[in-house]
Design a protein around this ligand. Structure first.
Ligand code: PGA
Length: 249
């Protein structure tokens, strides 16, 4: 049985103060939810304050990005040891906005994934096709390739900390969710690729989140699909009641 994992990706929104008051409203709404692993990924400035506030709660925190080197001349970047020093639980690697806006390649993302897993950090590794690729019937090929390159040299023994987030680019922030059937088709093919790489037993244990315009109205149907094990939620996670309703689907 794969325990569902639902994560909020707040992107570049909410000051520290806003983040803290959001969590004040959110934590009581989620306190009784023991069935889902819940993660909040705020702006990195808010990570320490949120971690402190959520110390005794069932909500974990995650960073939205990281550099693969432990330290050095990398202006503007944050390292894994820095995140570990504040007990950050998770990191998102390879979000499509990092790929498209900041030019992150599959190889770069692979280095991040390897560094994160070697450090024993929870890793949400994002993949997904663009609208053009979907229209060209390349979806399954694209996501299989992203899996193959993004997870190159990963040891099967490190998979416990890995979660895959399938996020079709055309569904992110557009209000246009993949249908449960479209999402399931991609998730099934991702699990097949994971099975080719790591063996069926590992593939059956790996959790695959869906992301892209998830909201309280569609989470139930998505979670009914056999290969969908959670969600990565952007816009709908910026309102406490809405994110709570998603986690308590
Ligand atoms: P969205 O974003 O829920 O606003 O579509 C999802 C994501 O980018 O992770």
């Amino acid at each position: 049985m794969r325990k569902p994992i639902i994560a909020a990706n707040w992107k570049m929104n909410l000051t520290i103060e806003d983040a803290l008051s959001m969590v004040d409203e959110l934590a009581p709404l989620l306190a009784d939810n023991a069935k889902v692993d819940i993660v909040i990924c705020p702006n990195s400035l808010a990570l320490p304050a949120l971690k402190q506030k959520l110390q005794t709660s069932n909500i974990k925190i995650g960073a939205q990005n990281v550099h693969f080197e432990p330290s050095g001349a990398f202006t503007g970047e944050t390292s894994i040891p820095m995140l570990q020093a504040i007990d950050c639980d998770w990191v998102i690697a390879g979000h499509s906005e990092r790929r498209a806006v900041f030019g992150e390649s599959d190889d770069l993302i692979n280095r991040k994934v390897l560094a994160l897993l070697a450090a024993g950090m929870g890793t949400m590794f994002c993949i997904g096709e663009t609208l053009e690729q979907r229209n060209d019937n390349e979806t399954l090929k694209v996501v299989q390739n992203q899996i193959k390159t993004g997870l190159k040299d990963v040891n099967a023994g490190d998979l416990d900390n890995l979660v895959i987030a399938y996020e079709p680019v055309w569904a992110i922030g557009t209000g246009q969710t993949a249908t449960p059937e479209q999402a399931q088709e991609a998730h099934r093919s991702i699990r097949q690729e994971l099975s080719n790489l790591f063996g069926k037993a590992h593939a059956d244990e790996l959790r695959i989140q869906y992301g892209g315009s998830v909201k309280k109205e569609n989470i139930g149907d998505l979670m009914l699909q056999p290969d969908i094990d959670g969600a990565l939620v952007g816009g709908a996670s910026l309102e406490a009641k809405s994110f709570a309703a998603i986690c308590n689907y």
